[in-house]
Design a protein around this ligand. Structure first.
Ligand code: THU
Length: 132
């Protein structure tokens, strides 16, 4: 099984648990770290709309809670035919834990549709090095 197949399975499993009663848009995300571990998260919306969190943010939270820090790949899965790439805020969240070669996959239930580097999605970005 390739890395992305394992990540897709993990993201699809949690997408089913997404709490998305307001948008109806269920998202699952999986992060694979350079240690090889996979962490998954789904979107969690809130009646106070701005308090909702994205699937990628939830997956990154699980990674950090486990003591893991360096992201090798992220995969986001959503339903429908359109390409769902992670939002601007999540690009910055990924950037915090990215390497120079971190990959970001946009998937549908059928599999990966496009793959980007984090630098393509967030060029000339601001990161931890800027504060050191
Ligand atoms: N959403 C994500 O979880 N990840 C993305 O990459 C794009 C958007 C969620 C946020 C909200 O719960 C719903 O999708 C609609 O915007």
């Amino acid at each position: 099984m390739s890395d992305t197949a394992e990540m897709l399975d993990a993201a699809l499993a949690v997408q089913a648990n997404a709490h998305a009663p307001y948008s109806g848009f269920r998202v699952g995300a999986a992060v694979r770290t350079t240690s090889g571990a996979i962490y998954a998260g789904c979107n969690v919306e809130n009646a106070s709309f701005p308090e909702g969190i994205c699937a990628e943010a939830a997956a990154i939270g699980a990674m950090v809670a486990a003591g893991d820090r360096e992201i090798a790949e992220v995969l986001t899965v959503a339903d429908g035919d359109d390409l769902t790439t992670c939002c601007g805020g999540c690009r910055q969240r990924i950037r915090e834990f990215a390497t120079a070669v971190t990959l970001v996959h946009a998937a549908g239930p059928d599999g990966v549709r496009r793959t980007f580097t984090i630098d393509e999605l967030l060029p000339e970005s601001f990161g931890p090095e800027n504060l050191s």
